[in-house]
Write a protein that binds this ligand. Structure first.
Ligand SMILES: Cc1cc2nc3c(=O)[nH]c(=O)nc-3n(C[C@H](O)[C@H](O)[C@H](O)COP(=O)(O)O)c2cc1C
Length: 183
């Protein structure tokens, strides 16, 4: 059983993350979901809360300050205790933030709080021209140089109508990559 933190960013492929969270929970993992404000525009946090059976982290600042450390310090808990952090879909924006150390949303702030041993994975998803943009490619390389594992993207037809590289990997491929990680 792994302690898994799934960060959802704001791309249309967020709907595929629903299957990933469901499968990880069914496999017996301790799954916590964090969502950027943009991600919440695509899929309701309630969907992930119901599947993970945990409150979804969407805010950096506690809505209900309480004695629970996760409510008081959402950027630290559960991030500091996580075995595996996976960002899916990973937008061009969140990739830039992760590469440059920003922490102004709950997903990027959690990424800053991970332990040295935490396995970090990201699944890019974006329009082909975005994916091929040199600034995106440089940010991707920065993350990989720092030890982040990348799953995808694949080539194919995307929701925006573009047909090329940038499609997020299917949930089965993401789950296979996660299952291969010895945590
Ligand atoms: C319909 C729609 C689909 C989008 N899909 C993507 C996408 O697949 N990948 C991406 O990088 N940005 C996409 N965007 C743009 C992001 O939502 C936007 O850059 C946002 O600021 C990302 O915020 P986040 O990284 O904090 O979640 C999309 C926007 C809209 C309106």
């Amino acid at each position: 059983m792994k302690k898994i933190l799934i960060g959802i960013s704001g791309g249309i492929a967020a709907y595929k993350a629903v299957s990933v969270v469901s499968a990880l929970k069914q496999a017996g993992h301790d799954v916590q979901v964090a969502m950027t404000p943009a991600a919440c525009r695509f899929v309701a946090p309630l969907t992930f809360a119901a599947l993970s059976q945990k409150e979804v982290r969407t805010e950096l600042f506690p809505a209900h300050p309480a004695s629970d450390k996760g409510q008081l310090y959402p950027h630290l808990y559960p991030a500091t205790e996580t075995d595996l952090f996976a960002v899916l879909p990973a937008t061009a924006d969140i990739i830039a933030k992760l590469a440059h150390g920003f922490g102004d949303d709950i997903v990027s702030a959690s990424a800053l709080s991970l332990s040295k041993t935490c396995v970090k994975l990201f699944c890019p998803a974006m329009n082909t021209q975005m994916w091929e943009n040199p600034v995106v490619q440089e940010n991707v390389q920065t993350l990989e140089k720092r030890g982040w594992k990348r799953v995808g993207p694949e080539s194919g037809l995307m929701a925006c109508g573009s047909d090329g590289a940038g499609r997020m990997s299917e949930p089965a491929a993401i789950l296979e990559a996660i299952n291969q990680i010895p945590v």
